[in-house]
Design a protein around this ligand. Sequence first.
Ligand SMILES: Nc1ncnc2c1ncn2[C@@H]1O[C@H](COP(=O)(O)OP(=O)(O)O)[C@@H](O)[C@H]1O
Ligand SMILES: [Mg+2]
Length: 376
Amino acid sequence: MSSEIAPPVSVDAGDPPAVKIDGVAKSFSGTVALEPVWLKIRRGEFLTLLGPSGCGKTTLLNLIAGFLEADAGELFIGDELVTQVPPHKREIGIVFQNYALFPHMNVAQNVAYGLRTRRVSRAETRQRVREALDLVKLGDFADRRPRQLSGGQQQRVALARALVIRPRVLLLDEPFSALDRNLRTAMQVELKEIQSRLGLTTVFVTHDQSEALSMSDRIAVMSRGRIRQIGSPSEIYDRPQSRFVSTFVGDANLFAADLLGRDAGAASLDVGGTRTSLATYQDECPAPGPVTLVVRPEQCALTAAGEPGTVPATVALSVYQGSYAELYLDCPAAEGGRAMLRVPASEALAAGTTVGIRLPDTGPAVFAREDEGAAA
Ligand SMILES: Nc1ncnc2c1ncn2[C@@H]1O[C@H](COP(=O)(O)OP(=O)(O)O)[C@@H](O)[C@H]1O
Ligand SMILES: [Mg+2]
């Protein structure tokens, strides 16, 4: 059959999925680290587990890797049930934050380690180690010891060591968090390139929202041992379904508002005395009563003070950021009395200037006040 008439690859790219997590849960001596999780990771997908420290990201990763035994549930890699399979038989590549290279072995020996334990022949090992080192651009460093390498180079060795076994799934736990910002960005680009070139199913753990937004096909946002929302980066950023997700991912202005009514998707609100009506996107709009209105800084516009329908505020501080300025505003209608807008640097205003904040007609979300306690 010629490739022109081959059946198209299914959009879902995975039945069975690369990884299926079916009600997997974990507690440590009575303390819940991970509530039961159901999750299907698609073949070739870059999935990020994002959440604050202690929310259960590493626990979930270690359950997939087999370093931890689940209290409940089942785990599949491809269509193989692996719940009882030891880590080294799961064909998974792992990269940790702290490199974890063997100090007494050179780079090539470190990378070859997983092949030696799998009894791959010497000739094939040499060939595959060379390929893996070329992939991470360390072809000339095979004889060095880890201590003779920079942090970024050590992390590339760790990546080559994970890739050389041709894993079914690549797991990375905050792999770049020890690197400085420029190097970190470079490594993100490089990993993303390698991952998409190889079509490698990848689960990436981070607490850094910008890292998650820039690298992922999908993000699972976690707090307190639960996945709170899962979706593409733009679904997570543009359509957060809870106050926690909207504030953990991206900047948000929070206004204490009263929801007066809801009609055909339009919410009418009283925001600190200012009446407004706007279209929300969220799946479940709360009942009328006290709510939190969540608006991204770029959805707000600055007006002269006293414009009808705008929320009154006073410039407290203008922070120059190069191409733009961040205006921190004293705003009685905002929770904590603070709002933030970005304006072109040339339009920065002096502290003490009174202004109005124009809220958008569409786009923001309102959440019931009781959701506020759900932060991690
Ligand atoms: N081996 C362990 N023994 C006891 N508690 C643990 C252990 N590992 C993790 N925990 C607890 O489980 C929760 C989730 O931890 P972890 O998965 O490491 O979070 P994250 O990686 O998101 O920072 C935390 O409260 C942590 O203290
Ligand atoms: Mg962790």
